[in-house]
Design a binder for this molecule. Sequence first.
Ligand code: ZN
Length: 256
Amino acid sequence: MEFTEKALVLKVGAFREADLWVRFLSPSRGMLTAFAFGGSKSKRRFCGCLDALCEVHFRVRSTGRGEYLCLEEGSLLNAPRRLRSDWQRLGLAMRCIKFLEAVCPGSQGAPEAYSLACDLLRALEEEPEPDTLFAHLFRARASREQGFGADFERCAACGAPLVQDMDQGGTTHFLFVEEGRVLCRACAGRKFAAGRPLPLSPESAYVLGPVVDAGPSAWLQLEISPRARRECAAAVDALVRYHLGLSWENTRYKHV
Ligand SMILES: [Zn+2]
């Protein structure tokens, strides 16, 4: 079997003098690993392609019995520049990408994961000073696209809009982590939900709802109050930990 497809290179490693293995995200097949025989020497077949975070058009072949994939050749579509020279920026990008690897291993949800990853890289290339809340907003968006996520725009019990009266501070809503639902203050008081609630101001509901939906370029132009930053970070960490069983520890996501 042979196919050609766009791919985002996530990681490259050497396994013999001239040979490489390449982990990449494909928009139709999800996360794949393939060998690039002669990859570290062949400028003709892989010119500039075999580096993390490059967007590439690959020709891929599977071996006779389908045991493994080989990269035949690649042409470079897009390569990051600022991400390569700025460690903080690169760290933020890798933290987001590793989350995608954890939540989207197969072909289901792969088109969304691919386009989100490309938007992420473009936004991080262009932004003068990326913000660390970015990684939380990315996780909120990726979780929602993969089918885990709360509705932050309306109360899950009465349907009242949660994003209003932001200028006046508004009343606090509550996120019930275990149930993955947000309730307005009145409904939360009537005990429609069980478990420990986390407070969410209307500003936080706005950030985790419409802003997260708008995508990475919208997350960078935003003024967010310190309170909303704390609430959004706590809400995303709690939802990801409870519903996906993932927690960030040192350099990777661990199943908890
Ligand atoms: Zn309500």
